[in-house]
Design a protein around this ligand. Structure first.
Ligand SMILES: *[C@@H]1O[C@H](CO)[C@@H](O)[C@H](O)[C@H]1NC(C)=O
Ligand SMILES: *[C@@H]1O[C@H](CO)[C@@H](O)[C@H](O)[C@H]1NC(C)=O
Ligand SMILES: *[C@@H]1O[C@H](CO)[C@@H](O)[C@H](O)[C@H]1NC(C)=O
Ligand SMILES: *[C@@H]1O[C@H](CO)[C@@H](O)[C@H](O)[C@H]1NC(C)=O
Ligand SMILES: *[C@@H]1O[C@H](CO)[C@@H](O)[C@H](O)[C@H]1NC(C)=O
Ligand SMILES: *[C@@H]1O[C@H](CO)[C@@H](O)[C@H](O)[C@H]1NC(C)=O
Ligand SMILES: *[C@@H]1O[C@H](CO)[C@@H](O)[C@H](O)[C@H]1NC(C)=O
Ligand SMILES: *[C@@H]1O[C@H](CO)[C@@H](O)[C@H](O)[C@H]1NC(C)=O
Ligand SMILES: *[C@@H]1O[C@H](CO)[C@@H](O)[C@H](O)[C@H]1NC(C)=O
Ligand SMILES: *[C@@H]1O[C@H](CO)[C@@H](O)[C@H](O)[C@H]1NC(C)=O
Ligand SMILES: *[C@@H]1O[C@H](CO)[C@@H](O)[C@H](O)[C@H]1NC(C)=O
Ligand SMILES: *[C@H]1O[C@H](CO)[C@@H](O)[C@H](O)[C@H]1NC(C)=O
Length: 776
């Protein structure tokens, strides 16, 4: 109780301190930390990319980030959204970076602005506008005059926009840190001396923007003064050499909360415990002063913005999921860690550090001020065993791979491995189904034949250079006289990516695709040729442009070589069609869809457009279009009475798609006075300075109540919120007590004392309470 109450009080103080609009901060630093208005500080920041959500979502995303204990929001700037054509700018709607930054400021948070303008970010072409590809003599990201000209021009444009709105801290605004370039060191070697010169030029150009506050280059060990190099990764305390000079602070620009996901990959799950452990370690071992969670909210890659083979959902496993829903326990565990670290701030930042060895793999990092104020961090580096240590005449149990935080050198307020936050489970619930064939109309995409094409070339054209990124689709067509010895000659196509559908005389004869790692692939199939002339039509499909690596402007996609039986037809005369007919006619808009004649839905077929409409569902839940029954293609939704148009390349069935609400439908809480839960060699009656939260708190989202208790056990249930079962010791009143306290309510809190459950079912055994409940 004491611990929990104390944490609440602290949050009020922290929250109260930041409710005012930030601005006017004097941002500087020294070797120990960032210094804001003369005060050393540790800032927790989270990446939220304005273009990966909608302006409607921004206020609540920012509010939740603040609720999670963040001090700052970090975002990239997306050059190719803002300058789709040279000199033509777009800062409207989802692209309104100024409005986003102002909203962050209004909610009292700082901003870390990663201008790039090369950003990688699993974003198509790493954020570079495709038109740069056609600038004569250009080489991206090196000592190349055309590239530097456009890079400087855009950087200046963005900096000037921020200055005009007074958004830099030096002007009274929220932006305290800016970033130029992005992980350049990864490619620097490919450019030899030009790489080194480019780094120098980049730093000089950025500093010359006179923002009067620090610039960063992430993952750039040799960043030139005064630019600060920073760390990206998951374990900066292990993998990073530290700042580029002793007078620079340690900034962690990307501590990955999860990881990017490609098509066919499983989601990368990074636990709350692991994230908390490495963040705390970075702060105590590396003098960490700025930690940015990448991502805090990932969101959605709308339109053609995913990089090659990156799925549309971005870092769904972040503390705020793709829909902006709080992901527990990650969100809550980090929030408690932020509070514990903020509580330790004075000794951490102004005290002297002494490291005391407590055991073979156990250390105490003790920070003491001359005034006597003291904060301690008890680190257990043993990844298997829980260990008991003595520190200043008190006994502490340290769970494996964990850090206990003692803001007063005595009381443990947080342990990175002990998760107290409830576990929530997300559910997708169909709200609209599209099962009736009458709801749908279809239109079959026309397969172009060689004679119908006007763009001709002797050879196989590179795909990006041909489509100019106006479409993912490029048709390669050829007319072939059948003089082959075999009835069914062999067609072999080598492609540099990303997907291929092969047609002969209008019939599908094969398909293939690459992967994120190897975008290239070979399609090999016998094909039915007719006597005489045959039409070969090969549809090459990209799934996003590359986003990384040196010489991106020279990257090749599309067909590389086509051989039929023993004839190499690669340099024959090919006819091309950029994009699909349906795209050209914009059949996904109200107006465009009237330009083709739709017919009744028949059955799943390839290269087919499907169309229907639906009414916007009521309610406040997030909505997701569940396309689980589809193959590969694209989807558009517009307007109020919504027009839904799908393009399907394979045999997906539109009758089985649905519109789903997304919400938390299950919450689970778990407390134990056996600490740590499994191994407790100190015995049940030993008193620790650790005070586990003595109550289970569970809470359903807004507008939902606890409708059913799925599991309740007071005793020694085994397992955790993921998997559990009743143990040898179980209060028979468990379910009744919990139901009485919780059913019909949005939230409830149950003490796990024996009194609450009307007696002790097993005296001497440490008690655990685990409650799993349904929200409706
Ligand atoms: C942390 O900062 C202190 C004080 O500036 C300095 O003495 C120490 O070397 C720094 N440690 C690291 C790992 O940078
Ligand atoms: C900003 O803070 C630094 C370090 O505390 C100090 O040296 C400098 O004078 C301050 N600048 C302004 C304009 O207050
Ligand atoms: C540089 O940017 C300005 C606007 O900020 C634009 O008018 C101009 O055309 C750009 N120049 C180049 C070379 O892109
Ligand atoms: C980069 O700048 C540093 C100092 O600013 C200088 O010593 C070095 O020679 C420069 N390197 C190149 C390749 O220009
Ligand atoms: C791009 O296409 C143009 C013709 O449209 C051609 O001149 C140029 O060489 C091509 N560039 C590349 C890199 O393929
Ligand atoms: C078949 O036709 C192609 C192209 O017209 C020609 O190059 C090839 O020699 C012919 N092969 C045979 C076996 O006649
Ligand atoms: C090939 O395409 C041409 C032009 O569209 C058409 O006239 C011809 O019948 C097609 N050949 C076959 C075998 O389908
Ligand atoms: C794809 O490219 C890699 C590297 O160039 C090569 O080793 C591999 O054989 C290629 N795979 C196919 C299917 O062409
Ligand atoms: C194709 O031509 C061959 C030889 O000229 C002939 O034997 C065969 O019957 C023809 N096939 C068709 C489907 O016309
Ligand atoms: C086919 O032709 C292309 C272009 O002329 C050439 O690059 C390739 O090596 C040839 N392939 C074979 C198997 O001869
Ligand atoms: C939707 O949210 C608003 C604002 O939070 C609230 O006033 C309203 O009652 C909610 N509507 C429903 C149907 O839940
Ligand atoms: C990022 O963090 C994860 C999880 O801790 C780790 O597996 C991964 O190796 C880290 N990557 C880097 C570059 O540090």
């Amino acid at each position: 109780m004491v611990w929990f109450g104390c944490l609440i009080a602290l949050l009020v103080v922290v929250g109260g301190g930041t409710t005012v609009v930030v601005g006017g901060a004097n941002v500087s630093y020294d070797g120990r930390s960032l210094i804001i208005d003369g005060q050393r500080t540790i800032l927790f920041s989270g990446s939220i990319h304005y273009a990966r959500s909608t302006p409607d979502m921004w206020p609540s995303l920012i509010a939740k980030a603040k609720q999670g204990g963040l001090d700052a929001i970090q975002t990239y700037v997306f050059w190719n959204l803002h300058e789709p054509q040279p000199g033509q700018y777009d800062f409207s709607g989802r692209n309104d970076v100024i409005s986003f930054i102002k909203q962050v400021q209004q909610q009292g948070l700082y901003v870390s602005l990663r201008i790039g303008p090369f950003i990688e970010a699993e974003w198509t072409y790493g954020g570079l506008p495709f038109w740069l590809h056609d600038v004569p003599g250009i080489v991206f990201r090196t000592n190349n005059e055309p590239f530097k000209l456009y890079m400087q021009n855009f950087t200046t444009k963005i900096v000037n926009m921020m200055k005009e709105e007074n958004l830099f801290a030096s002007q009274g605004g929220p932006i305290i840190l800016s970033q130029i370039e992005n992980e350049y060191q990864n490619v620097e070697g490919s450019f030899h001396d030009d790489g080194r010169q480019y780094v120098n030029w980049t730093a000089t150009m950025a500093v010359g923007q006179n923002t009067n506050e620090p610039w960063m280059m992430c993952k750039q060990d040799d960043a030139p003064d005064p630019v600060i190099n920073t760390c990206n990764g998951m374990r900066c305390e292990e993998t990073w050499k530290g700042p580029n000079s002793p007078n620079k602070p340690s900034l962690w620009t990307e501590n990955w909360t999860s990881f990017l996901q490609g098509f066919g990959d499983d989601a990368y799950l990074r636990s709350a415990e692991d994230l908390a452990f490495h963040t705390t370690l970075f702060i105590i071992k590396m003098n960490g002063t700025f930690v940015n969670y990448y991502m805090y909210h990932g969101g959605t890659n709308f339109g053609h913005t995913s990089a090659a083979f990156i799925i549309t959902g971005y870092y769904d496993q972040a503390p705020l999921d793709e829909y902006g829903i709080i992901r527990q326990p990650k969100f809550g565990h980090l929030k408690e860690m932020h509070a514990a670290l903020k509580q330790s701030l004075q000794p951490l930042l102004y005290g002297d550090l002494a490291i005391e060895h407590l055991g073979e793999k156990q250390d105490a990092y003790v920070y003491t001020r001359t005034s006597g104020e003291c904060a301690a961090f008890l680190l257990n580096n043993d990844n298997r065993e829980s260990v008991n240590v003595a520190f200043r005449n008190m006994h502490y149990t340290l769970p494996p791979t964990s850090i206990s935080i003692l803001p007063d050198c005595r009381t443990v307020v947080f342990n990175t491995a002990m998760v107290n936050t409830q576990v929530s489970t997300r559910a997708m619930q169909p709200i609209i189904r599209f099962t009736s064939a009458e709801q749908w109309e279809e239109f079959t995409e026309v397969i172009p034949e060689f004679d119908q094409t006007s763009l001709r070339f002797n050879g196989l054209m590179e795909q990006m250079n041909t489509t100019k990124d106006s479409s993912d689709y490029l048709w390669y067509t050829l007319r072939v006289e059948n003089n082959f010895s075999e009835d069914q000659p062999m067609l072999r196509v080598n492609s540099n990516g990303h997907v291929l559908h092969a047609y002969v005389n209008g019939d599908l004869v094969g398909a293939g695709h690459g992967t994120r790692k190897f975008t290239n692939f070979t399609l090999e199939n016998t094909v039915p040729f007719l006597n005489g002339s045959n039409n070969v039509s090969l549809l090459s499909v990209m799934v996003g442009l590359p986003d990384s690596g040196a010489f991106m402007e020279r990257r090749r996609a599309g067909l590389q070589e086509v051989v039929i039986q023993d004839q190499n037809v690669s340099s024959s005369l090919w006819g091309y069609q950029v994009g699909l007919l349906g795209e050209k006619l914009s059949v996904y808009t109200e107006v465009g869809s009237s330009h083709v004649s739709w017919s009744e839905y028949s059955s799943p077929s390839t290269l087919t457009w499907y169309k229907t409409t639906f009414d916007s569902p009521r309610g406040n839940d997030s909505i997701a279009l569940n396309l689980g029954s589809m193959g590969k293609g694209e989807v558009w939704i517009n307007g109020q009475r919504n027009l839904l148009v799908l393009f399907e390349e394979e045999y997906g069935n539109p009758l089985n798609i649905s519109l789903d609400t997304v919400s938390i439908n299950k919450v689970c809480g778990h407390v134990s006075d056996a600490h740590p839960p499994r191994i407790n060699p100190w015995g049940a009656h030993r008193r620790y300075p650790w005070r586990p939260r003595p109550r289970v708190h569970i809470r359903c989202p807004h507008n939902r109540i606890i409708s059913r208790i799925i599991f309740a056990s007071h005793g020694n249930p085994s397992g955790d919120c993921e998997r559990y079962s009743i143990g040898k010791c179980h209060s028979p009143t468990s379910r009744r007590v919990v139901e009485r306290a919780c059913l019909g309510k949005r939230q409830c809190s149950i003490s796990h004392t024996v009194e609450t459950f009307g007696g002790d079912p097993c005296p001497g055994t440490p008690k655990t309470l685990l409650v799993d409940a349904r929200c409706e």
